[in-house]
Design a protein around this ligand. Sequence first.
Ligand SMILES: Nc1ncnc2c1ncn2[C@@H]1O[C@H](COP(=O)(O)OP(=O)(O)OP(=O)(O)O)[C@@H](O)[C@H]1O
Length: 318
Amino acid sequence: MAMSNRVATAPGGDQLVSLNGAGIRRDGRWLVRGVDLSIIRGEVVTLIGPNGAGKSTTAKMAVGVLKADEGSVVRKNGLRIGYVPQKLSIDWTMPLSVRRLMRLTSPLDNKDILSALEATGIPHLIDAEVRHLSGGEFQRALLARAIARKPDLLVLDEPVQGVDFAGEAALYALIREIRHSTGCGILMISHDLHMVMAGTDTVICLNGHVCCRGTPETVSQSADYAKLFGGASQQLAVYSHHHDHTHLPDGRVQHKDGSVTDHCHPDDGHHHDHNGHAHSHGEDHHHDHDHHHDHPHEHAGHHHHADAHEKTGVNSRA
Ligand SMILES: Nc1ncnc2c1ncn2[C@@H]1O[C@H](COP(=O)(O)OP(=O)(O)OP(=O)(O)O)[C@@H](O)[C@H]1O
């Protein structure tokens, strides 16, 4: 039986949002239930879980787009939230510039718009048509829109969908950098397990309920996690041990000693592609980078473009 959502009172300490036994019920079925989670300033919490596990539903409860049918959701008074939803509904027949997209959900002056676009690496696209953006550029624009509000809490629902491999790494690096420079808390949903592990404090594994939680290391060793993710869980440990360089938004590579080069070093830790297989540097990896610099529309991942646009549009609640 659904209980009423308790009136929000400010959580203690530095807690930005806290869900306690929160659940959403639709058409006589619990989409997700019994979710306990809280996020403090500077913390990155990542939700993982299979399709339909209730990750987006949980994010929407945290943001306030959905009201919990059971349990409570408490947001800090005056909390500013930057939200990148998984799906947006944009009318693609209407002309819409990046600048206007940024202003749809909050009043922003040109300076704020430009500095957010600079942070996500696409200031040159400020007057570009949104429908002409590549998948990765579109995600960067959405992220810029979310950070331009100078949020205390960033909620990112699959922020790298449709983004090619090099762009994915760069966007995750950017998200980590935003956390460090602003001290905001981040609630993130991701399917890219190996990618998020490096930048996550707490992982919550959902499957209609919280299946397991803890540090990335604890969760990756949990039996429940292994059951849900099978083989992918094995490859994760390999990645986290070998991650020693970061891809910057402009495609260059920052090494653990702080130096920046155009490409990876031959002895850099290996990445994994989407199947979790390591690939050799100097082959497809260089290829990715060259394309990243010169032909942003010809990325290996460009086939996601239409899909990303189909799945995403503007959500006025963001
Ligand atoms: N308004 C709704 N009415 C009925 N069912 C819904 C509604 N919204 C979501 N669902 C169902 O709730 C379940 C959880 O959806 P949710 O979008 O939260 O999953 P998810 O973990 O984010 O999945 P994915 O990884 O595929 O994005 C799904 O089975 C979905 O079909």
